[in-house]
Ligand binder design. Sequence first.
Ligand code: ADP
Ligand code: ZN
Length: 610
Amino acid sequence: MSQTDILSRARTVLHEVFGYADFRASQGAIIAALCGGQNVLALMPTGAGKSLCYQIPAILHDGLAVVISPLIALMDDQVAALRLAGVSAAALHGGTAPEEIRTIAADMRSGSLKLLYVAPERAVTARFLDFLHSVNISLIAIDEAHCVSQWGHDFRPEYRRLFMLAERFPHVPRIALTATADKETRADILHYLAMSDAQVFIDSFDRPNIDYQVVEKAGGKKQLLQFIRSQGKNVCGIVYCLSRRRVEDIAAFLCEEGFAALPYHAGLDMTVRTEHQRRFSREDGIIMVATIAFGMGIDKPDVRFVAHLDMPKSVEHFYQESGRAGRDGLPAVSWLCYGLNDWVLMRDRILEGNADDIQKNIEVAKLDTMLGYCECATCRRQFLLAHFQEQIAPCGHCDNCRRPPASFDALQPVQKLFSCVWRLGQQYPVSYVIDVLRGKSNDTITRNGHEQLSTFGIGSTLTIKEWRSVVRQCVAQGYLNISPVTQSLQLNATARDVLLGKQTIRLRVLRPARNGKKSAAPQTFRTERQEKLWQNLRAWRLERARREDIPAFVIFNDRTLQDLVENMPQSLAALSSIYGLGEAKIAAFGADIIAICGEAAQHDADGNTD
Ligand code: ADP
Ligand code: ZN
């Protein structure tokens, strides 16, 4: 079959089975390569649509596609979604009942099963591999392929054994997929999965529907509350915190404030965790407060915000975590609240850890880049994408683009700061240095005789907050260092040129605290009538999902809902041009949907328009 034939058949499946109008980015090219028998490595950001890249070839080809996936919840959701779309799929993992396993085996033998999701440890057992030899395998997909790499943060040793699939099935095309893009991880995947011949596809990592916002920490809890309140009612979100204790604390706090918040961290009992994850994916308006233990495999498309209440370890972590917002392509917000203390704490953790020095250096450098993101005065998206080697123009809708931070010539205050640090012998922490600069004496300062220093009180025109901002920016720009042992402020070599006046230095003016409304997510505007239809469709979806015991978004997601509300289709034929409704879903739900939309139209005809 020619490439054009493959693509036109793939497009028919895209439309009829999945209800989508066209391929996104590399999807078409990936499908063509895989269908042409090539191995493929696909690097696409979260939410870009990796699954279709193997699901469509699986549907087009005779035989069974085997999908390696590390997370049970994710597998089950995918299988439920495929079945609703009319595709025969199953999952095999520790929780699969024996009779279900027998049915799966029978369907595999008869050739009726198109996709089988299987956990990595099970995929490489001799028994399973032998069984696979007795059936016709169309392709092998390895999801979350970065798990094979120690560079990534989700290393899973069992992934290293997946090279066996290449050995046992050398002629079956394989596709590895991941949202982790760095070069080291990519090389590891090709190496450990024996795929050096693979065609590599790298899509843009831009997530245009996510708004990036960063605020300086000033009593983080209240700021969080204000932020969440500004996001509208009943929205679903994730709040990431650094420690388990903080997770518990914040979850309880949000509950007291009337939100449906649930904690999630590795210290909770497995059954509690599973139940919380289940509620998060199936109910509306849940806010999950979590450590990074909550993450991989969250495929809920309508997460409207991801808030970080503490600074993440690296830009990679941050990007992956914030990327869990807005997978449906609708407006979403990434909100980050940070302070210099976060940076100090995290760095201490790294330095006190068990890693070797090389690893520690890598991690400290990553943390510094993260501080750079927090402190950057230009487009946040530009900063993030540059980190993934992508150049873009300023996005126009991050906080810095919307309200460009004013900057000022900071040579004088910075010189004052540096010389004060110098005169204090580089031996005192930030708060002490700021007290000396502002001429605020205390017992220790008097005892140390530091009231006599020439720099005592030369910085009294700036507030503590303003000085902290200056210090933070100097740390982010590499002029200053904070000793990991004593927490004292120290000058780096680059500070010399500034002290000698050989270099100019501009810093961002401290932002006034924002009021909640200004940071509100761009809401989709709906008329009263549309709002009513939205609520009716949503209630129907929830009821139906409960009945089928699947998450509501598997029936259809908010993007579909929005399309329905905007177009108010009145016939089954009109449904086929709605986003995300393929033939099987139209057959199953079409009548109900038309009835609900019809009611809304009737309401209009009766003259009740708004
Ligand atoms: P990820 O890359 O994170 O695994 P998914 O495969 O879960 O992303 O896809 C994210 C969402 O985008 C899903 O709801 C999926 O159905 C939808 N999607 C994928 N491809 C397309 C497309 N070509 N057009 C419209 N929606 C798509
Ligand atoms: Zn921007």
